[in-house]
Ligand binder design. Structure first.
Ligand code: ADP
Ligand code: MG
Length: 248
């Protein structure tokens, strides 16, 4: 385990990934420093989800290197389990267990994977549900909650593993518009508390306000790696200009 502050939480070097003949990640090199929020922007199909999945090793890569907190992939067996436990992931679809209560959803992985005692897991789960503003729903089932509430539970569930870094893959894209902000507010709170985060999103307001850096991907390439200020006011590439022209 590395605790050297200079070691980036995530480091990728010259990563390539193919699906058959389709080259979906092209020589991707990036760093997510500790405590920073890095937002990944880019059109649909540009490889953003594949990048997240590669970092968590849900997808193998064809070449290049990815290290999480200084530990290189590919990890196997116990090392892989430890890596997955260190990297919290929140998806567009919340994927809560429908037949478990909100509290049970948040307690499950710490008890099963971290071997935390039930009492300790419950205490932590309640604290996290409090943090995402949903403790009063603890005994309900996912279907009884709104989409925004379910996504906040999904965030609490990921945090329950005490991850070193959180990956968010379009966490608000499946939500009704009125529920987007409550989820972004939770994410902004996490960022303020110093959580290291890699966030794929189309929420440009969040990117502007919360990001320390913006990565812009197009056609599997990392086209820009810059500050939000630069990206939104002076995008360098034609592809970024085109993208911003369509969404702003
Ligand atoms: P994004 O998240 O930016 O929309 P993705 O990473 O999901 O992009 O996809 C990048 C490219 O890889 C797309 O062309 C997509 O169709 C393709 N792709 C994604 N997953 C698979 C898969 N499991 N098999 C084949 N092609 C895939
Ligand atoms: Mg995607």
């Amino acid at each position: 385990m590395t605790t050297d502050v200079a070691t980036p939480m995530i480091k990728a070097v010259a990563v390539n990934k193919y699906f058959g003949d389709l080259h979906v990640l092209r020589e991707i090199t990036l760093e997510v420093p500790r405590g920073q929020v890095v937002v990944v922007l880019g059109p649909s199909g540009s490889g953003k989800s594949t990048l997240c999945r590669a970092i968590n090793r849900l997808e193998p890569i064809n070449s290049g290197e990815i290290a999480v907190d200084g530990v290189p992939l590919p990890a196997e067996g116990k090392a892989l389990a430890a890596l997955r436990a260190d990297v919290g992931m929140v998806f567009q679809q919340f994927n809560l267990f429908a037949h478990k209560t909100i509290l049970e959803n948040v307690m499950l992985a710490p008890v099963k994977v971290r071997k935390t005692s039930t009492a300790e897991a419950r205490k932590t789960a309640m604290e996290l549900l409090e943090r995402v503003g949903i403790a009063n729903q603890a005994d309900k089932y996912p279907a009884q909650l709104s989409g925004g509430q379910q996504q906040r539970v999904a965030i609490a569930r990921a945090l329950a593993m005490r991850p070193k870094v959180m990956l968010f893959d379009e966490p608000t894209s499946a939500l009704d518009p009125e529920m987007v902000q409550e989820v972004l507010d939770v994410m902004t709170g996490l960022a303020k508390d110093g959580m290291t985060m890699l966030v794929v999103t189309h929420e440009m307001g969040f990117a502007r306000r919360a990001a320390d850096r913006v990565l812009f991907m197009a056609d599997g390439e990392l086209v820009e790696d810059t500050t939000p200020e630069e990206f939104f006011t002076k995008p360098r590439s034609e592809r970024a200009k085109d993208f911003l022209g369509k969404i702003l």
